[in-house]
Ligand binder design. Sequence first.
Ligand code: ZN
Length: 489
Amino acid sequence: MLKQGFHELNTERMQKGLEPFANPRNATAGLIRQLDSKEAAGKPLDARFYDVLHMEGSLPECHVEVLEQFERWGLKTDTFNAECSSLQQIEERYDALVDQREKLAYEVDGLVIKVAHLQLRESLGVRQRSPRWALAWKFPPRQEVSRITDIVVQVGRTGKLTPVALLEPVDVGGVTISRASLHNEDEIHRKDVRVGDTVKVARAGDVIPEVQSRVAAPEDHREGAFKMPSTCPACGGEVSREGAYHVCRNGLSCPPQLIGRIVHYASREALDIRGLSEQTSRQLVEKGLVRNLADLYRLTKDNLASLEGFAHKSAMQLHEAIHQSRKPSLDRFVYSLGIPHVGKHAAQVLADYFPSMERLSCARQDELRSVPGIGDEIATSVEGFFRDEQNRSILRELLGAGISIQEPPVQKQDRPLRGKTFVFTGSLERHTRSEVEQAVERLGGRTSSSVSSNTDFVVVGENPGRKLDEAKEQGVRIIEEAELESMLK
Ligand SMILES: [Zn+2]
């Protein structure tokens, strides 16, 4: 998104009374997540192309040739791409870019140095998600001076309270900053910043702006030191301290935390409710349509059609998607509850061990701890979660709202994919990704999003991504949809 387009978009939003986007990156992400692609189509978005993930036949030898080919196809590439053959040339390139940075039409936070020779890239390989043949060189953060007009406290999705400085608007490298994070109370005291102080504000790339330090000023009169509130600004609930942070203890009675739980509940690896985005969840909570997770199942088509940005069709689709989520497998349901420290894998281990939700929710800590793969932290967390009256009532309400958990269809001993890990790449012809993932999990297998030494099978569909190359590099067995189907029979 060009800077110009970003400013116009924000001006338009503010005129409509909407919250402006913090930076072009957030604005872009927000726009392309829109349910209705027509919404995004009219917006000032642009694209630069820089890589080929998969190609039939052989690639050219050099990255530069790839870029030239893009140009011939009419795909835009970055005008600042340059071939360098020494460290000194790279340094010169960096310095030149730092100088031109403010004049560019779009935001940049640094440059990427890549090996141009594609065969060399292949032999250098990839470690986790970072290739060994590319390196980011970030620009120094930009700083400006402004004055703190107030310090407010925001409540996050986990209940964490974050103090935020409200600033006299200041232009930092082309973006107007009027708020900046202060992280936590200790940080504020360490930097000794107070309301009324003049401070240095920094913005590095797309990172949230932060107050870096106080600019020493004549010490005539300063406001008192900042104190975190003892009650949650979002719900009035009790606040307690956890390490350096203050946390609201009101759980799902606290709107931002309820929104966070809905988003998790609906996420792809949990109950996979398509169309229930963060924005939609927020609207549902703010309009009072959803006060707990079970309320999701009481939403009518009219309720959904009344949401901003929802056409009749998308409301029908979301209603259907919510309805479809009523029959989760036990492990997905356990994961979807958002029990602290219980990720996808732990949820699966627990679902393997305990035959029903009922048994799991009554399990004592020592029993939980005896489950292979479950440590103290998870055991304590699980017991604590189900002992909490609020959580128990959510569970009752969900079951009362028609959730029917599908207990594992086969006994533990005949779960043929037990201990096997699957990674998927590309789109399958006859099944959706989450269908096959659930099928693999029902038979005791695991699914993962990245190829590692623990991967047993990489399932390849149409237009596979880099994972296919990684599988080849690491010698992981590659299978196609038909073979997967025969394993799932
Ligand atoms: Zn709260």
